[in-house]
Design a protein around this ligand. Structure first.
Ligand SMILES: [Zn+2]
Length: 263
């Protein structure tokens, strides 16, 4: 889009938002915020807070960077967890992540032996990242640590879309390891739960595009333990009628969405 039009949209669309929003809504949180989710996600333009399907204002504290990395914005996350006391941290990776691709490219160009391991490498190896600045590299290359861990397992997948989703999944696991290192006291005190997920807009996990799959809870990655943990969390809801239709829906969604790409 042409710059003038982008600028024009900036003016017009915000004004439409102002006109369509009740003033009382702004006044309700004019001098304080009380979010209950800290969302750490990728800066990718295909990923946005509203995929949670909820009103985000004063509810979701969002921290974003390339590759949803904990260390880059540790201060902002710590503020949300320790000062704002959000009880849930969601580390959300996504399918077709450019930062994951960049780090994977760096790994495969380093070693000739691994190029034949995965289908996704054929296309990736041809991508030219040579003009990328030192600053971009410095921010993305820490992702090579989890990617290197995931690469040997790719030979068991052999599906381009799933391979990249798997590497994003491994990155989320790694970021949660870091989060537990920094903020684990909060988890042990029962004040925080750290959930890992992948936003799937390509159909790597199921045919339902747009789903958030839950792939990690407090570092738990074994699929059976993960589902048990998810069920235990739901069971803690006070006065939740387990014979209700809603409970059945939630149980079914746990079956379908609390899952991982296994190798
Ligand atoms: Zn990304």
């Amino acid at each position: 889009m042409e710059i003038g039009n982008i600028f024009r949209h900036l003016l017009i669309h915000n004004e439409a938002f102002v006109k369509s929003t009740e003033e009382t809504k702004f006044l309700a949180y004019a001098s304080h915020q009380s979010p209950y989710i800290t969302l750490l996600t990728c800066a990718d333009s295909r990923v946005h807070g509203h995929i949670l399907g909820m009103d985000l204002f004063n509810k979701v504290f969002i921290v974003r960077n390339a590759g949803n990395q904990v260390a880059i914005n540790r201060g902002s996350i710590e503020f949300a967890l320790y000062v704002l006391n959000t009880p849930v941290m969601l580390v959300l990776g996504h399918t077709d992540c450019g930062a994951v691709k960049f780090a994977t490219h760096a790994c495969i160009t380093k070693s000739k032996e691994i190029i034949n391991l995965a289908k996704s490498f054929d296309k990736l190896i041809e991508t030219d990242f040579s003009s990328v600045s030192r600053e971009i590299k410095a921010e993305m290359l820490p992702l090579a640590i989890p990617i290197e861990r995931g690469i040997p397992d790719l030979r068991k997948i052999q599906n381009e879309m799933k391979e990249l989703a798997f590497l994003s999944q491994i990155n989320v696991d790694y970021q949660i390891e870091k989060a537990l290192k920094y903020f684990g006291d909060r988890v042990r005190e029962g004040k925080l739960i750290i959930i890992g997920g992948i936003y799937d807009f390509v159909g790597a996990y199921s045919k339902q595009l747009g789903r958030i799959l839950i792939t990690n809870i407090n570092g738990i990655v074994n699929p059976i333990d993960l589902q048990d943990k998810a069920r235990a969390i739901v069971k803690r809801i006070p006065n939740y009628d387990e014979t209700s239709e809603e409970f059945k829906v939630v149980s079914k969604l746990i079956d379908e969405k609390v899952t991982r790409i296994m190798v």
